[in-house]
Design a protein around this ligand. Structure first.
Ligand code: KIV
Length: 269
């Protein structure tokens, strides 16, 4: 494998090159400027302003309630904190389903806020919409497999593409997303052998979450990755214990204030 490439700004052709060279693409969700600066310094290739913002930071308990205005605000913040990463912003539920022209105008708002591409959920049923958005000059990232905005139809977070018919349908979805003009596709909660098959069929990169190690790249929700909470999905992994470290710092601050140890003379004017 050749040495990892480190462009000053990651662009679509770099991502395509990574697929060609079998160099894994890294992606994390991100919702604010301070975290974006940290992930940019860690050379994460792609930052996803995901509508998981609703679950993780806004406390909605689902992605469904997230509004386009909230996504625009978070996208602007991530863009202001980023110099290197390729930024993808989620089109939230309700901002693109009614018509391709709705999808284009919602996408324009996210691109004006600083996204380099928009992501939407669905395969075959979204082909026309993907064509309309890419036709307006806006790169699209598809998202198939388990699609959280359809959680009620899918019966909650479940592995998709199990069984021959479901497998064929998921391959059709992947090909439709690519044929519609998407530049990448996220595969969520897909059996590993199927993610491998799709990754071989497509010429655009696949980014997996709960889809095994054959995908061209991986994405995790950053709060799961960093260990901000006790619970995380079984396909995720905690690469840190940031939640516990933050709790320790807050408890230590509170203890110092209560004991009148902070501020002391060195922190006063
Ligand atoms: O919103 C999000 O975080 C996502 C990832 C699960 C891919 O769409």
């Amino acid at each position: 494998m050749s040495a990892p490439h480190t462009p000053s700004r990651v662009r679509l052709h770099h991502l395509a090159g990574m697929k060609e060279r079998h160099e894994p693409i890294t992606m994390l969700t991100c919702y604010d400027a301070i975290t974006a600066r940290i992930f940019d310094a860690a050379a994460i290739d792609m930052l996803l302003v995901g509508d998981s913002f609703g679950n993780t930071l806004l406390g909605y308990g689902s992605t469904i309630k997230v509004s386009l205005d909230e996504m625009v605000m978070a996208t602007g913040a991530v863009s202001r904190g980023t110099q290197r990463a390729f930024i993808v912003a989620d089109l939230p539920f309700g901002s693109y389903e009614a018509s391709p022209s709705d999808a284009v105008s919602s996408s324009v708002k996210l691109i004006k806020a600083g996204a380099h591409a928009v992501k939407l959920e669905g395969g075959v049923r979204q082909k026309e919409t993907i064509e309309a958005i890419t036709g307006a000059g806006i790169p699209v990232v598809g998202h198939i497999g388990f699609t959280p905005q359809s959680e009620h139809r899918l019966g909650g977070p479940r592995v998709q593409g199990r069984g021959d018919d479901a497998e064929t349908a998921l391959i059709d979805d992947a090909v439709a997303v690519q044929d519609g003009g998407a530049s990448c596709v996220v595969l969520e909660m897909v059996p590993q052998h199927l993610a491998e098959k799709i990754t071989k069929i497509l010429h655009i990169p696949t980014i997996g979450i709960g889809a095994g190690y054959h995908c061209d790249g991986q994405v995790l929700v950053w709060t799961d990755m960093a260990g901000m909470t006790n619970w995380a999905p079984s396909f995720s992994r905690k690469f840190g214990a940031v939640g516990a470290a933050l709790q320790d710092a807050a408890a230590s601050y509170a203890e110092s204030v209560k004991a009148r140890q902070f501020p002391d003379d060195s922190h006063s004017f």
